[in-house]
Design a protein around this ligand. Structure first.
Ligand code: IF1
Length: 400
């Protein structure tokens, strides 16, 4: 079987809900991935920031293997000896009193939405079934029916109605728009600190801080989706820390497992997360011992290898170097830590062809929103590897 064979099997038997680059990956280690022909690539996507710790991190692998030999799934009908330690370590690391574990990011977002509604009825006194949640245009929070209700991307939404009531969408980056949208029935504001899928959109300085103040003043919860930006990706444990904002709920996923296994969670204090009563929410796999053991190791690696500091330092260097590349196609280079977007001019005819050219040179990156190339390598990358990649990136950004 060669690359072509794998691709044709996939095209024949799999749903066509993706348009991947034609690279068939067989194994990976750290920042490198290898295709079925043995060709080596630098991973500049990190599975959308799920492998911040690097591919197949040995410590996380070990935790996975050791736990898999003991017990993998108990369901929450019984208790297991990993989940309590996961809860405690997550709390100590993030400063939230409690957490609720799920699997995918979208499930954790749904969990937060349910929590906000419950809080609105039980605590704020909003009349039942009237709660409203404010979201931002250009958001990406997942693919469930409730979540795509407030997507503003026609491709993600248009063919999938009818939609879920109770959501309001305002412009991103505009705190006044949020204040204007608040009514007595508003339960929460849900935002990404940086919009990843939206094209690495960084809101104006002070935005999150102002939104947090508005929420506090109006008795509205602030919930931040740090599924992509969190866990060291942007140079701090959470991107909201750049503005000293501590939201009422923080949603995490992706790198919570270092890419080994889907693990997500909602973080909040007891006054909020304590509202869920037995039976009101759950998941067969959420909080299972294998997931908990993997997540504990993933968090340990983030701490021990100081991945936030690494991301901040190397991100600054990488972004500076990218900004200095003379190219007729580049409109703007922006980012935080190692979440970097290179926006191309409309005349560049799309980012996809540049990603294909990078693939030729042994660098895997993915376009987002037509015109943005995202550079988000695993946070264990070093300066030498960035220096290795830069000449190729320079060449590609100068092709006609
Ligand atoms: C795909 C995008 C990235 C997320 C934020 C929740 C979720 C995501 C901020 C849902 C997921 C993924 C999904 C993945 C591609 C990827 C993505 F381009 F689609 F938008 F990263 F930028 N909140 N993002 O970024 O988490 O349920 O997927 O675990 O192929 O859809 P999930």
């Amino acid at each position: 079987m060669n690359t072509k064979d794998f691709i044709s099997l996939e095209e024949q038997y799999g749903a066509h809900n993706y348009h991947p680059l034609d690279v068939v990956i067989e194994r990976a280690e750290g920042v490198w991935v290898y295709d079925v022909d043995g060709k080596q690539y630098l991973d500049c996507l990190s599975a959308y920031s799920a492998v911040n710790q690097g591919h197949v991190h040995p410590e996380i692998l070990n935790a996975l293997l050791e736990q898999a030999k003991k017990v993998t799934l108990t369901s929450r009908a019984f208790r297991n000896d990993q989940l309590p330690l996961f809860y405690k370590e997550l709390s100590e690391m993030t400063g939230y009193e409690m957490s609720l574990p799920m699997n995918s990011g979208a499930e954790a977002v749904e969990t937060a939405l349910k929590l906000a509604r419950k809080w609105a009825y039980q605590v704020k006194g909003v009349p039942r079934h009237r709660a409203e949640i404010i979201t931002a245009a250009g958001n990406f929070h997942g693919r469930t029916l409730a979540i795509i209700t407030f997507s503003t991307e026609p491709l993600y939404r248009d063919d999938f109605g009818p939609f879920t009531p109770g959501f309001v969408t305002v412009a991103y980056g505009d705190a006044d728009a949020i204040e204007k949208a608040i009514t007595p029935n508003t339960a929460a504001v849900l935002l990404e600190p940086i919009q990843g899928e939206g094209g690495v959109i960084i809101p104006p300085v002070g935005y999150l801080k102002k939104v947090a103040e508005i929420c506090k003043k109006n008795n509205v919860l602030l919930m931040l989706d740090e599924i992509q930006t969190g866990l060291a990706r942007t140079g701090k444990l959470f991107a909201a820390q750049y503005e000293d904002v501590r939201p009422d709920a923080t949603i995490i996923g992706k790198a919570l497992s270092g890419g080994f296994y889907p693990v997500s969670a909602v973080l909040a204090d007891k006054a909020l997360l304590g509202l869920f009563k037995p039976g009101e929410h759950g998941s067969t796999f959420g909080g299972n011992p294998l997931a908990a053991a993997v997540a504990r190791a993933s968090l340990r690696v983030i701490r021990e290898e100081k991945l936030a500091e690494r991301s901040q330092q190397l991100g600054e260097y990488f972004m500076e170097q990218l900004s200095e590349i003379p190219s007729p196609h580049v409109k703007e280079v922006r980012g935080k830590g190692l979440l970097i977007g290179v926006e191309l001019r409309p005349e560049a005819k799309g980012a996809r062809r540049f990603c294909e050219a990078l693939q030729e040179k042994g660098i895997l990156a993915k376009e987002t929103h037509e015109n943005v190339i995202r550079f988000a390598p695993p946070l264990v990358i070093d300066k030498e590897t960035i220096d290795w990649a830069l000449p190729s990136i320079r060449d590609v950004l100068n092709v006609k």
